[in-house]
Design a protein around this ligand. Structure first.
Ligand code: ZN
Length: 184
C-alpha cells in the first residue's frame, strides 16, 4: 500500500532575508561580462532555427489546439518533484509544488512559473473559456478556470500532458529554444 504525502507548500511563509542596499563591488576591472545570480532555475535561452520536432499527436494539441482524451495523459497522476516544460520549446511552465489532483482527468496546477503562460479568450465549442498557451512558442497547453475553489489559489490550469515534458528535480533543464523574431 502506497501512502503519498502531499506537503502544503506556502510561498509566503519564507522569512524575510536581509539584503544589503548596495552590493560590494568585487568584479575585476577587466571583466567584460556581468555575472548575475538567478534565484530560480532558468536555463539560458538558445536561439535556434526550429523548435523540437513534434509527433502528429503532439502537433494536434500544441499547434492545432486539440485535447488529449480525458484520463489518458502520462502526467495526470504524477506526484514526483520536478518541473514541467513546454514540449515544443523547453520553456519551464509549471512546478510540481503547484500541481494538484483535480479529478478532472488532466494534469492540474493552481499556479504557473512567472511569465510562462499567456491567456487568450476562447469562444470555441459554444463555451466561454480562457485558453492558455506557452508564452515563448505560443503552443496550446489547455485552459485555465477560476472560482472552482479546488485550492486556496482558486485557479485550475487544466493542461494536456502531451503539451509538456517533465524533468525530475535534480536533473538539468534543457535550454529554452527561442526563434529569431520575424522581420517586419
Ligand atoms: Zn513553448
Amino acid at each position: 500500500m502506497l501512502l503519498v504525502l502531499l506537503t502544503a507548500a506556502c510561498g509566503s511563509a519564507q522569512p524575510a532575508a536581509s539584503v544589503p542596499a548596495t552590493a560590494p563591488a568585487a568584479a575585476p576591472p577587466s571583466a567584460a561580462v556581468a555575472a548575475e545570480s538567478v534565484p530560480v532555475p532558468s536555463p539560458p535561452a538558445e536561439i535556434a532555427v526550429a523548435y523540437n520536432p513534434l509527433t502528429a499527436a503532439e502537433a494536434d494539441v500544441l499547434l492545432h489546439k486539440g485535447t488529449e482524451y480525458r484520463g489518458t495523459g502520462e502526467y495526470t497522476d504524477l506526484d514526483q518533484d520536478g518541473t514541467y516544460l513546454c514540449r515544443q520549446c523547453n520553456a519551464p511552465l509549471y512546478r510540481s509544488q503547484d500541481k494538484f489532483h483535480s479529478g478532472c482527468g488532466w494534469p492540474a496546477f493552481d499556479d504557473e512559473l512567472p511569465g510562462a503562460i499567456e491567456r487568450h479568450r476562447d469562444h470555441s465549442h459554444g463555451m466561454e473559456r480562457v485558453e492558455i498557451v506557452c508564452a515563448n512558442c505560443k503552443g496550446h497547453l489547455g485552459h485555465v478556470f477560476a472560482g472552482e475553489r479546488m485550492t486556496a489559489k482558486n485557479t485550475r490550469h487544466c493542461v494536456n500532458s502531451i503539451s509538456m515534458r517533465f524533468v525530475p528535480a535534480g536533473q538539468p533543464l534543457p535550454a529554452t529554444i527561442v526563434l529569431p523574431k520575424p522581420a517586419k
